[in-house]
Design a protein around this ligand. Structure first.
Ligand code: F6P
Length: 539
């Protein structure tokens, strides 16, 4: 079990508070000017990923203090426990071993002393073969993944990211929302005879997923009859009996274990939609990329450990500089669902105020994670990123190899990515603005009136991540990097990163309201506002 850690009572804490007052307020332009080796010290390459964290408001001294903080929290012991399958998901008394899902033969992953790799590898083989058979059958043109949260966001994000690797595979669609418009809009234009539904739910009880699965089944049966279910439905779950009861052929049900958290599950059969989209070989490359990041995380020393460094920078901003959000800006349209995926991975993991000792924590925990594909974000919210009153540390993710046949687009895209990182950091001084306006022939009055609005203070931090190509392996290692960042942050924030009790209450109350409307639950007490809405919407 991960030991409780009280960040504000640690030895490193006061040092970091002091550094936040000094170094934390220094301008990045000055930090660069005073340190010639800054970029070289604050950048690294891990396989196909180049990462530059030099544009962060830290010095070597700050990084040392942050590493000292991580050491006090016992990060190495934490990593050992994670990989050893100890029950670090303490409130659910479970291991957290999604890394095993990307393991290879000979890897040592055990849960409660039992080796899990045989089972992982045989399941991988089975669902990979199934996906390949779907691809080669010529019978299935469209695959519809029905799931929500971790049973949707990861597979959807990766399927989009690997668009170029489809190699003639079926179109893959995703239905998640319990708003029937989602299912309806996906079914429009689909031919039941060539459609395969994947019902993906760890629990196989989730309201949204079951409502969509039931409706999809009715749609299929109305067109092709009951006997068609066998050939048109597959399921992925830890709850095999429920999938059988739903009517899915046992050969098309792929199980996984409760030591895989929903938001960490795309690496196993939950990734069936990905395997259908790109085939088992590319899917395995995705796993290999993630496994390479696992190896890096588990073995690299602190000063070179990319997920650790990324996590510590996040802690610095949240706790010591008080920045409340973390913005993720993929300069790749095919990664446009990455921010949404990361919202669940990060916010469902670390958006918690109760510590591992069951007491409210005294420090700040997970930031709001948000973002949008560049350059669309530039024409929407970047105004606030550059000149707003709050600061939002950014991760800019770009890809070196062209992402489409339109290579000139790619040149422009990359120029924008680099320019935004530069603009965020350097800003533009009043002197620069005044000189520029004078050179453009503006008169003194106009310069006085407009110049203040055109000044950018800069000093807005960002990490620049550059993938050499948007390959399955690179996508795998990018995701694994964030998974491990989340682990380290949860460790230092003293929260239980692998449960999600905060999503329970809303589910229960929605069930109650449905019960009240249907008459199966007696009228319950509500506040006046809620009561009015329930009455007004009574159907
Ligand atoms: O949102 C809560 C949650 O439990 C997520 O953690 C999970 O990914 C999602 O619901 C879907 O759950 P399931 O896969 O069991 O349908």
């Amino acid at each position: 079990m991960l030991k409780p850690f009280h960040l504000r009572a640690s030895k490193a804490h006061q040092r970091l508070v002091d550094l936040a007052q000094s170094v934390g307020q220094a301008h990045l332009r000055d930090l660069f000017a005073n340190d010639e080796s800054r970029l070289q010290r604050m950048s690294a390459s891990v396989n196909g990923l180049y990462i530059d964290w030099s544009k962060h408001r830290v010095t070597a001294e700050v990084m040392e203090a942050l590493v000292a903080l991580a050491e006090e929290a016992g990060w190495e012991e934490g990593v050992r426990q994670l990989f050893a399958g100890e029950h670090i998901n303490q409130t659910e008394d479970r291991s957290v071993l999604h890394m095993a899902l990307r393991g290879l033969e000979g890897d040592d992953f055990k849960v409660d002393g039992e080796d899990v790799m045989d089972d992982v590898l045989s399941t991988r083989k089975a669902f990979g073969a199934y996906a390949d058979s779907v691809r080669s059958s010529g019978r299935i043109t469209d695959v519809v993944n029905i799931g929500i949260g971790g049973s949707d966001l990861g597979p959807l994000m990766v399927t989009k990211a690997l668009r170029k690797h489809s190699n003639g595979g079926p179109k893959v669609h995703f239905v998640s929302n319990v708003d029937g418009a989602h299912l309806e809009s996906v079914l429009e234009g689909l031919n039941p005879a060539s459609t395969l539904f994947l019902v993906v739910s760890k629990t196989f009880t989730t309201q949204e997923t079951m409502a969509n699965a039931d409706a999809a089944k009715a749609w299929l049966v109305a067109a092709l009859g009951e006997q068609a279910i066998d050939q048109h439905f597959a399921a992925v779950s830890t709850n095999i009996p429920a999938a059988v009861a739903f009517g899915v052929d046992a050969d098309h049900i792929f199980g996984f274990k409760d030591w895989v958290g929903g938001r960490y599950s795309l690496w196993g059969p939950v990734g069936l939609s990905i395997a259908c989209a790109v085939g088992s070989r590319a899917f395995n490359e995705l796993l290999e990329g993630a496994r390479a990041m696992d190896r890096h995380f588990a073995t690299a020393p602190a000063a070179e450990n990319v997920p650790l460094i990324s996590a510590l920078l996040g802690i610095w901003y949240r706790e010591y500089l008080g920045f409340a959000t973390h913005v993720v800006l993929p300069y790749a349209q095919d990664l446009d669902r990455f921010p949404a995926y990361l919202q669940q991975a990060d916010m469902e993991s670390n958006g918690k105020y109760v510590g591992r000792d069951g007491k409210p924590v005294e420090h700040l925990t997970g930031p709001v994670v948000w973002g949008e594909a560049g350059t669309n974000g530039q024409h929407a919210f970047y105004q606030l990123l550059h000149q707003g009153t709050s600061i939002h540390p950014a991760d800019i993710i770009a890809v070196e190899a062209p992402l489409s046949q339109f290579e000139d687009h790619h040149t422009k895209l990359l120029a924008n990515a680099v320019a935004q990182a530069e603009a965020l950091m350097c800003g533009r001084t009043e002197k620069e603005v005044r000189n520029e306006m004078a050179a453009a022939g503006r008169d003194a009055d106009a310069i006085d009136a407009i110049a203040p609005h055109r000044v950018f203070k800069g000093n807005r931090p960002s990490t620049f991540m550059l993938l050499d190509e948007l390959s399955p392996a690179n996508v795998g290692q990018l995701i694994a990097l964030y998974e491990h960042r989340i682990f380290i942050q949860g460790l230092l924030w003293n929260v239980c990163s692998y449960d999600q009790w905060g999503v329970e209450l809303g589910k229960v109350l929605a069930k109650n309201i449905l019960g009240e409307w249907s008459g199966s639950i007696a009228h319950a007490a509500h506040d006046a506002s809620t009561q009015h809405l329930i009455q007004r919407l009574n159907r």
